[in-house]
Design a protein around this ligand. Structure first.
Ligand code: FAD
Length: 159
């Protein structure tokens, strides 16, 4: 089986889009990620999967905190900024939830403390203990087969 077939198959799992954010010595760093899942209700745990080449990896190891920002349908540009898909640098302002950096307008902001990390292949799974949540009443951004979409209308932007 080649890499392309594996990626194509995984892309058939429709997901939302999140921006994972963390902060080290006052510097906030974000990264777009769709490898996010709820793990446990009691205690409240989530997991994110971060590639070994991602700059945010060592930052989360150091800070021991991260937030998951589930993007709204009108936040595709933020997804592209934090996936390094835009050529020009854009300033992004972060709000705070439980003292941690979060993105205003996200459908859900989830603040976490790292409770465990597991290296699996070329990714690290961070288990996050949820310390606070903020919700907005908005439609989510959707990612399917390498394209951004919304629940109401299809968008034709290929990654
Ligand atoms: P960088 O490449 O340094 O940062 C990414 C971009 O964010 C840069 O352009 C940087 O300028 C910008 N940025 C960072 N912080 C700020 C800030 N404070 N203000 C303004 N801009 C800032 N990778 C995974 O490992 N796991 C996944 O689950 C995953 N899912 C993805 C889902 C989608 C839909 C997409 C499009 C990509 C996904 N990726 C995932 C790939 C990942 O987003 C990119 O590889 C990313 O560029 C790696 O980020 P980095 O930490 O190396 O940071």
């Amino acid at each position: 089986m080649d890499d392309r077939k594996f990626r194509t198959a995984m892309g058939k799992f429709a997901t939302g889009v999140t921006v994972i954010a963390t902060e080290v010595e006052g510097d906030v760093h974000g990264m777009t990620a769709n490898a996010f899942m709820s793990v446990s209700l009691d205690p409240k745990l989530v997991v994110v999967s971060i590639g070994e080449k991602a700059k945010i990896l060592n930052k989360i190891k150091e800070s021991k905190i991260f937030t998951v920002n589930i993007l709204a349908a009108d936040q595709q540009e933020l997804s592209m900024i934090f996936a390094g898909q835009l050529k020009e640098h854009k300033e992004v302002t972060f709000d705070r939830l439980d003292g941690k950096p979060v993105l205003a307008g996200a459908v859900a902001q989830i603040a976490c403390e790292v409770s465990a990390e597991h290296v699996e292949g070329d990714h690290t799974l961070f288990i996050g203990k949820v310390t606070d949540i903020h919700l907005e009443d908005a439609e989510p951004l959707v990612f399917y087969s390498g394209k951004y979409r919304s629940l109401t209308e299809e968008k034709a932007v290929t990654v």
